[in-house]
Design a protein. Structure first.
Ligand SMILES: [Zn+2]
Length: 296
């Protein structure tokens, strides 16, 4: 259920003019939405609890976009404490069907230095114990139906259309992106040891982060399109020769690149198809299977 925390903008409501809605979700903080003219804050509750924060709705290139600060607006949630299920559910419940998920990562190869933009086409899950499904055989929290046993394909975890649009947007901004690669997602919040980092690199994986999973997997279960855009903020321990990654370094590089990342994201928003014109594997992930629970 969504409630308006501020006055609703008429453009952000559905046909009945009562329910705030959006078509595209961006999982990113105030650095992305604070430049929009009119932003409406909406609080959304879900069967899985509260999302990381309110959702911030605005209109961008004629598209209704919901921004969700992944770590909360004051960045108080570490990656392993984020309620990923609530976040993706909340986005869908507002009408979102396509999601852009920017994140900061470490480069696993010397050529992927700070400032590299990589749009992965694969990920490897090295997290531990995160809930990564809505179909867990348990009644909905707080009581409700038990979801059916459902196995979705995640062979290609990211939306092929969203990836194309993101790569094109970066290219047109003169920020030549790395088109494809593997994001390895670690539990965190600590950074990798040199041995772990060298091992990740030896597997041929490209970048390492802490939040890419289970976002993509949950999005697929909800038949949402999900596109990951990763910004390299540092070389991971095995790829550099200094003292290893520091949090300050990561923040500094992110701040230096947030303007152009925002521009690329905004262009990507404008380039995504309308939800009605979606025609990709994501929207048919359940293949007509009965999930046993009603998707929002
Ligand atoms: Zn898709």
């Amino acid at each position: 259920m969504a409630t308006l925390a501020n006055t609703a903008d008429a453009e952000l409501t559905d046909g009945a003019g009562t329910q705030p809605s959006a078509e595209i979700g961006v999982i990113g903080g105030s650095g992305f939405y604070s430049f929009l003219d009119d932003v409406t804050e909406v609080q959304v509750d879900t069967p899985y609890g509260a999302p990381s924060d309110s959702l911030f709705l605005g209109v961008l290139a004629g598209r209704r976009v919901a921004f969700l600060p992944r770590h909360g607006r004051s960045h108080h949630l570490p990656p392993h404490r984020i309620n990923y299920r609530a976040n993706m559910w909340a986005l869908r419940s507002l009408g979102v069907r396509q999601v852009l998920g920017p994140s900061a990562v470490g480069g696993l190869r010397a050529e992927y230095g700070p400032g590299t933009l990589l749009v992965p086409d694969q990920f490897v899950d090295r997290t531990k114990g995160r809930v990564q499904t809505y179909f867990d055989g348990l009644p909905l929290p707080g009581g409700g139906p038990v979801p059916n046993v459902v196995h979705v394909s995640l062979a290609d975890p990211y939306c092929p259309v969203g990836r194309r649009v993101a790569v094109k947007a970066a290219h047109e901004q003169g920020w030549e992106p790395v088109d494809g690669g593997t994001l390895v997602v670690v539990e965190g919040p600590r950074f990798s040891t040199r041995a772990e980092s060298l091992w990740h690199a030896a597997q041929g994986w490209s970048v390492v982060g802490m939040t890419g999973h289970p976002e993509a997997a949950l999005a697929r279960e909800l038949e949402l399109c999900y596109t990951s855009l990763t910004l390299v903020t540092d070389l991971d321990a095995g790829a550099e020769t200094g003292e290893g990654v520091s949090h300050e370094e990561v923040l500094k590089v992110f701040a230096a690149n947030v303007d152009r990342l925002r521009t690329v994201l905004f262009d990507a928003v404008a380039g995504l198809p309308s939800n009605e014109k979606r025609d990709c594997l994501c929207m048919r992930a359940l293949g007509g299977m009965d999930p046993g629970i009603e998707l929002p």
